[in-house]
Each structure stands twice: as structure tokens, then as C-alpha cells.
Design a protein around this ligand. Structure first.
Ligand code: BG6
Length: 489
């Protein structure tokens, strides 16, 4: 439930994430009247704004925001009256006393004696420092709730994730640490749980007896834009697979939680990670494909992007087959892939059911492979079930029919991931945030691949022209299920 009073302190307040995602989400929450009764936002960054100049900067930016409607834009002044700015250098321990003074000065007006929620929208290098500096400046000492939201990437590998977890555990309780993965804030991702556990249609067949294989795809039709500095040291495996794709995998594969709450849900997530088929060098060699985009018809190649090493071996595409060694999923391959500069932007899960045991009817044309359920995360949010039906007309031929539920067509708002997750963190519900053990378990798994690439630098990094579906070599993976990748258009 919402606290009586709260200060949301955003580090990285003049940055891209704050401008594009956090502030528009906060405007929406404000407009719905869902802030705590006494609530203020304190932005912190190095830029020398005053409250007034920060508000005018935000006003100008928010007025252009594509995620806000006219009504929300008309309410900006009211929203901005809750926003303050403290210029400081989050990397400099001495400047935290200024923040402390500022919070104290704002206390009486907001009846807030120490309820703070910190948001780290900063470069990852600062994740290690901020909790300690907050502590050293005495900001964490006051009674009252102290929560912290940390953006991804949480760690760069297993060792760094463990180190971060240790630092955070020194200053905060685990239930007050909100490791954000915005994929879990997406309505359509949460809906997977409802489709699976809210009805009896799918759950009885959601296992190795009826499911042949599963595809999880999250591809984008953009390059890395201005993020070369970050991305070149990261790559697709760290940027997308270790976190977002693993969340999608967990939700698709998990057992029904005993209760849908922070422990019930997250206990099942970790069990999926613990059941992943171990990665040996041989397994990695045969099941993981990496790629990097080269120049396309109009797009530059990855190595020509700004702030990217011209000899970079960073992966912008990863496809892999992974297996889950448990009762439910024995023998069912999960094919996952992600890539930049693909022909389109789409995130979806395709569940392929086994064909009927006996083919009584012939297809009029083509080859019938079995039913498919497509869980479309974005865009065109919805669910599509492909099933067999009689091809109309003479004879007895089989065709395919699509039952399609589209959120958009049914005029449903799918909501914004950041709105949902910010609201949960204001209300103190960490269910949809990553727990420390899940972060470490996921890194334990992917460290094997990172180590393998280090150990065998000659591992192919296949080039694919920007604007195409990635390296042909990835087709070999899914051909083992006598199939092709489902490339949505
Ligand atoms: C981010 C990655 O976490 O997710 C980006 O760092 C990626 O590289 C983005 O573009 C994709 O998110 P969405 O919500 O646009 O699919």
C-alpha cells in the first residue's frame, strides 16, 4: 500500500531514461491521482539546474513526449510543482551532504521524516558507489522506509553481479531492492501468467506431452543509435538475453506459483533457472550462434557506428537453443533469439504444439505442422491461436484458422511498463522485480557463454546485413525441430 509520504530521489535526472521514460510515467501516475498523499520528486545530477530551470527543461521535453496525451500535457504545471532539483555529482561522496540538507529542508512541507525511494538512472559504474555514499552521508540513517530501484544491467558478469548484490545487501533489505527489468512491466508479459494459470484451457497441455518446441524472439529494426559506448562493452547476450529473454523464458516455463506474491512468483522463476541444462563447451559450440550486423542497403554496419571499436567483436545478434531439465519440459527445445537491425521490431513467443498423432486429413496445400499459440508481446499486442479446420468446399481437406485477440482492436490500453513498475515500487511490491538469487543464477548460466567466447576467440561472429533476419547459420539450430524460425512481418 502507498505510504503517507515519500520522496522519490532520481539519480541521473538530466539523462535520457529520466526524460523519455520515468518522467512521462510519473506524469501519468500523477494524473491518475495515484501518488502517495505527500509526494515529491527530487532530481539529482551534475548539470547546474535550479528547481525552476529543471522544471522548464522538463516542461519543454514532456510537451514533446509521444507517450503523453493532450490532457496529460495540460496538467504539466501541476505535476511539475512536485518536482525539485539538487545539483550534485553522484560520483563525489562530498556532494551528498547537499542532498541530505535538501531532503531535510523539504521534510516539514511534505510531512516526510525519512521515507525515501531512490532511483538509479545513471551509468552502471555508479551503482556501486551511490548506496555507500548515501549511507556515509547519513541519509539512510533516519527512520522511515528506504527503497532503491536499480536499472539494468545489474552486473556485467557473475562476479560483478555478486559484488553488487553484496553492496546492496549491506545497506538495504532484499525486499527493498528493486532490480528493474522493464519487460516484466509489460502488460502482455504479465498476461502470459493469466493465460496459463487463470484458465484451464492451456495449462493441461502446457508440457512435453503436447508442446513440440517454443520460440522466443525479441528483435529490433534499429541499430544502437547513440549508445555505442555502452553497447560495445556489452553486446546482445548481456543487453537482452541475460535479463529480458530470461524473464520471458521463466514466465513461459515456470510452474504455477502457490500464491501470486513476491515470494511465490519469484521462487518459481529461480527454479526455472536452476533447471537449465548445463552448458558445456561442446553444448555451446553446437547451440549458440552469435552475429553482428554489417552495412545494409541504407544502414551503416555496426563497426561504423559512433563510439564502436572499428574491429569490434561485439555480438548484436544471438540465437540459441536451450533446454530445461525438469519433469514438465524434458525434451522440449526452447529456441531464443534477439538482434539489432532486423527487418522489424517484434517481441513474441510462439508455442508449437505437437501434430495430431495420426494425420487423417490432407492439407489442401502445404504441410501441416501442428497448432501454434502466438503470444505477441509487442507491437500488435495480443494472442493468436492457429488451429486446424476444414478447408471450405468439396472434399475433406484441412486448412488453418486463426483465432486472434488483439488488445488494440479491442480498444484496450496496454499500459506502460514503467508506469506499472514505478507504481509497484511506490506501493512497496517487489513481485515484478528481479531478486538477488535470480540475477546470480542467470549470470552463472551466461557466464559460461561469455567465458567460452573468451576462451575460443575464433568462435564465429557471423556478419548479417542490416535489415535482414540474421545469420543463416542460426537456421541450423531450429532445423533440428524440422522447422524454420517464425519471422513475423
Ligand atoms: C533495453 C536494451 O533494456 O531494452 C535495449 O538495453 C533494447 O538495447 C530495449 O532496445 C528493448 O526494449 P523494448 O521495450 O523497446 O522492447
Amino acid at each position: 500500500s502507498l505510504p503517507h509520504s515519500l520522496f522519490l530521489v532520481i539519480f541521473g535526472a538530466s539523462g535520457d531514461l529520466t526524460r523519455r521514460k520515468l518522467m512521462p510515467a510519473l506524469v501519468k501516475i500523477h494524473n491518475e491521482g495515484r501518488f502517495p498523499p505527500h509526494f515529491a520528486i527530487v532530481g539529482c545530477a551534475r548539470t547546474a539546474y535550479s528547481d525552476e530551470t529543471y522544471r522548464s527543461y522538463l516542461k519543454e521535453e514532456l510537451a514533446k513526449s509521444p507517450s503523453l496525451d493532450e490532457k496529460e500535457k495540460a496538467s504539466l504545471d501541476d505535476f511539475l510543482s512536485t518536482v525539485y532539483y539538487q545539483s550534485m555529482d553522484p560520483a563525489d561522496a562530498f556532494t551528498y551532504s547537499r542532498l541530505n540538507e535538501r531532503l531535510k529542508a523539504l521534510s516539514p512541507q511534505y510531512e516526510n521524516d525519512g521515507n525515501y525511494l531512490f532511483y538509479l538512472a545513471t551509468p552502471p559504474l555508479l551503482y556501486e558507489l551511490i548506496p555507500k555514499y548515501l549511507h556515509d552521508a547519513g541519509i539512510l540513517k533516519k527512520p522511515g522506509l528506504k527503497r532503491i530501484i536499480v536499472e539494468k544491467p545489474f552486473g556485467y558478469d557473475l562476479a560483478s553481479a555478486r559484488k553488487l548484490n553484496k553492496i546492496y545487501a549491506t545497506y538495504f533489505k532484499e525486499e527493498d531492492i528493486y532490480r528493474i527489468d522493464h519487460f516484466l512491466g509489460k502488460e502482455t508479459v504479465q498476461n502470459i501468467m493469466v493465460t496459463r494459470f487463470g484458465s484451464t484451457i492451456y495449462e493441461p497441455i502446457w508440457n512435453r506431452n503436447y508442446i513440440d518446441y517454443v520460440e522466443i524472439t525479441a528483435v529490433e529494426n534499429m541499430g544502437i543509435g547513440t549508445r555505442g559506448g555502452y553497447y560495445d562493452g556489452s553486446g546482445a547476450l548481456r543487453d537482452m538475453v541475460q535479463n529480458h529473454l530470461m524473464q520471458l523464458l521463466a514466465i513461459t516455463a515456470m510452474e504455477p506459483p502457490a500464491k501470486f506474491d513476491k515470494d511465490g512468483f519469484r521462487n518459481e522463476v529461480i527454479k526455472v533457472y536452476q533447471s537449465l541444462h548445463p552448458l558445456t563447451d561442446e553444448y555451446i559450440r553446437e547451440n549458440v550462434i552469435r552475429g553482428q550486423y554489417v552495412a545494409g542497403e541504407t544502414q551503416a554496419g555496426y563497426r561504423e557506428e559512433k563510439n564502436v571499436n572499428p574491429d569490434s567483436r561485439t555480438d548484436t545478434y544471438v540465437a540459441m537453443c536451450l533446454k530445461i531439465d525438469n519433469w514438465r519440459w524434458q525434451g522440449v527445445p526452447f529456441y531464443i533469439r534477439t538482434g539489432k537491425q532486423m527487418p522489424t521490431k517484434v517481441t513474441e513467443i510462439v508455442v508449437h504444439f505437437k501434430p495430431a498423432p495420426m494425420q487423417m486429413f490432407k492439407m489442401k496445400e502445404g504441410f501441416y505442422r501442428g497448432e501454434e499459440l502466438i503470444l505477441r508481446i509487442q507491437p500488435d499486442e495480443g494472442i493468436l491461436q492457429r488451429i486446424a479446420m476444414k478447408a471450405p468446399g468439396s472434399g475433406f481437406y484441412m486448412g488453418t484458422m486463426e483465432m486472434d485477440y488483439s488488445y488494440d482492436r479491442n480498444a484496450q490500453e496496454t499500459g506502460d511498463a514503467y508506469v506499472r513498475l514505478l507504481e509497484d515500487s511506490l506501493a512497496g511490491d517487489p513481485t515484478l522485480f528481479t531478486r538477488s538469487d535470480a540475477v546470480e543464477e542467470s549470470w552463472t548460466y551466461f557466464d559460461k557463454i561469455l567465458d567460452y567466447w573468451k576462451k575460443y576467440p575464433e568462435t564465429p561472429l557471423y556478419g548479417y546485413p542490416a535489415g535482414t533476419w540474421g545469420p543463416k547459420e542460426a537456421d541450423v539450430l531450429i532445423e533440428r525441430s524440422h522447422a524454420e524460425w517464425t519471422n513475423p512481418c
